[in-house]
Design a protein around this ligand. Sequence first.
Ligand code: ATP
Ligand code: MG
Length: 408
Amino acid sequence: MSPVALGVDFGTSHTVAVWRRDDGPAVPLLFDGSPLLPSGVYADTVDGLRAGRAAANAARVDPARFEPNPKRRVDDGSLLLGEDEFAVVDVIAAVLTRVRAEAVRVAGAVDAVVLTHPAAWGPRRRLVLEDAAENAGLAGATLLPEPVAAARYFTTVLGRRISAGQAVVVFDLGGGTFDASVVTAGGGGFEVAAVDGLESLGGVDVDQALIELLARVHGEREGWSRLMSPESPRERAARRLFTEDVRMAKEALSTDSRAELPIPLLDVPAMLTREELEAVTGRLLEGAVATTRAVVRAAKLTPERIAGVFLVGGASRMPLVATMLHRALGVAPTVIEQPELVVAQGAAVSVPVAAPVVAPPPAPAPVRPPPVAPRKPKRRLDWRWRAAIALAILLAASILVTQLTKVN
Ligand SMILES: Nc1ncnc2c1ncn2[C@@H]1O[C@H](COP(=O)(O)OP(=O)(O)OP(=O)(O)O)[C@@H](O)[C@H]1O
Ligand SMILES: [Mg+2]
């Protein structure tokens, strides 16, 4: 059987993994029936670190032992789950271990891995990801910037062209971060020509803005402050449930004009409308759109050189995103059905399947030959010089012969 390639997008809210054989289609792995594996990790006192839906469920009982967004903790070194401290690398590895196990179960093996990361991540953060991949049994993973994977999806899966001198603008609004990038196509493949982002703009920030909106209506009611600053296990579980319900209401408002949700501890129903959501997100999105315009300007990209404006990440499903971006850039964005899967799909089609998967054992350090002084190239004399020298020798010889003859 041909080797298996795996593309993994480790996200703030969800992790998505897509696998393929070199002769087959790219197929998302399913976790509990969904292509979106929640990135949250729970520290179980018996089973250790657990990722995915089981972790989210366990968090309802003991939220203190749960980290919902490990990607946001990438700089922290270690984090506290309940009473216990864990290295962030191990927490991320718990998510990737779940991915690897599912890939091996479904595909039988993993031969090459591409792991994506935000384009603005420097070497320190990338190393955390690399170490986590190694801990998860995915050593030798190739790292790829998320917008480059998205551009690969744009050309390979959607079949769109980026001609020489053109570029694609990737607008990635996920769960926890916003990134705008300009990706150009050159002889050596895709390149990020300009990138900028907002580290604290994503779906979770929209959820928080909606909670603040609800606070204006219900904040004076008995129980609201306990819901916002829970102390007992029951209150903490209620808070988690409420956060989930707000997120689901927000997502419903991308298609519906109103959404209802219960407010636990208060026992009152609440309602959110599309207008309210857009009033809240409009302010947040202005920053994202301004960042995108700046990135386009920095890359010196004129509208006719834009091959496409590509919406990526679940939060870009909000209809207001496409509307504002179209207005700002003068180009209608490309909207796709499942924007959460784009990066992992693009990663899966980026990998040369023939590459070795698991890194071969480290080769012995090459023995360096002693430094050799660069040789001066031999200069060959021009033929005119050579002729002149030959002539001079001949002349000298004939003079010598003449002198000798005279002497004799
Ligand atoms: N229909 C929708 N309307 C609004 N938001 C949505 C919709 N569908 C999903 N989202 C939001 O998208 C976010 C998750 O997107 P995604 O899975 O792309 O993020 P991520 O890759 O985990 O995060 P990041 O890229 O920031 O690391 C969540 O906040 C979710 O609520
Ligand atoms: Mg993402």
